[in-house]
Design a protein around this ligand. Structure first.
Ligand code: NI
Ligand code: MN
Length: 227
């Protein structure tokens, strides 16, 4: 599984010959909008954790450029996009489905979820993606929640992608505890630095994880890790 950081909470996951885009927010991100055009992104699937603008802004552009791409999200978000002619696979919390790239389980996130126009966006979620004998947890926007302890009951994670920017989501201190809850020592941080409320000190963040025997990876934009 190859994971590329597209800034903010946006990721590209390449696995089993498929391309998965997570929470595309490119054209509105001042840090990446000059480096990547959403219409140039190739995708087989678009996974959406919740309906906030900083997670769905470029969904329609990417779907238009990839007419075969399918959305994977909660029932309400899939219904919203199906009315715009974009096909999707609806899920809900606690459910799993075997796709052609692997298995996706929708897990709880403690946050909110509405579209920019106020339309109800269902409940926010995270995803566990199991593919090619690897397992990755994408937390979505969330605070620390005891529900995270349920994840190691059904999967052995190789990587946890956790928000660390604080204010709208967990900050670093809570994310260290979250990494314990999900029993994973390799963490990819996301949802930080994009705008003023969520700027972090990178070295301090890495130290905090290091102290508890964990590795925090902070990828430069458009850089990848292989798990
Ligand atoms: Ni959000
Ligand atoms: Mn967000």
């Amino acid at each position: 599984m190859k994971i590329t950081y597209l800034g903010h909470a946006s990721l590209l996951i390449e696995t089993a010959g498929k391309k998965l885009i997570i929470d595309p927010f490119i054209s509105g991100n001042p840090l990446i909008k000059d480096k990547l055009l959403p219409e140039n992104i190739q995708a087989d699937y678009i996974l959406i954790t919740h309906a906030h603008q900083d997670h769905v802004l470029d969904v329609e552009t990417i779907a238009k450029a990839n007419p075969e791409a399918k959305i994977i999200s909660n029932f309400e978000i899939v219904t919203y996009y199906s009315k715009l002619g974009i096909e999707g696979h609806p899920m809900n919390h606690g459910g799993s489905w075997n796709f052609d790239f692997g298995r996706v389980t929708m897990v709880n996130a403690w946050h909110s979820s509405s579209f920019a126009d106020g339309t109800y966006g269902g409940n926010p979620a995270g995803f566990v993606i199991e593919s090619n004998n690897k397992s990755v947890y994408i937390a979505g926007d969330t605070g620390l929640t005891m529900d995270m302890k349920l994840i190691p009951l059904f999967t052995k994670l190789n990587l946890a992608v956790l928000p660390i920017g604080d204010n709208f989501t967990m900050g670093v201190e809570s994310a260290v505890i979250a990494a314990d809850f999900v029993e994973c020592n390799q963490i990819l941080g996301y949802h930080y630095d994009t705008f003023g409320y969520i700027e972090i000190d990178h070295e301090k963040a890495k130290e905090a994880f290091d102290k508890s025997g964990k590795e925090l990876i902070l990828l430069p934009l458009l850089n990848s890790i292989e798990i």
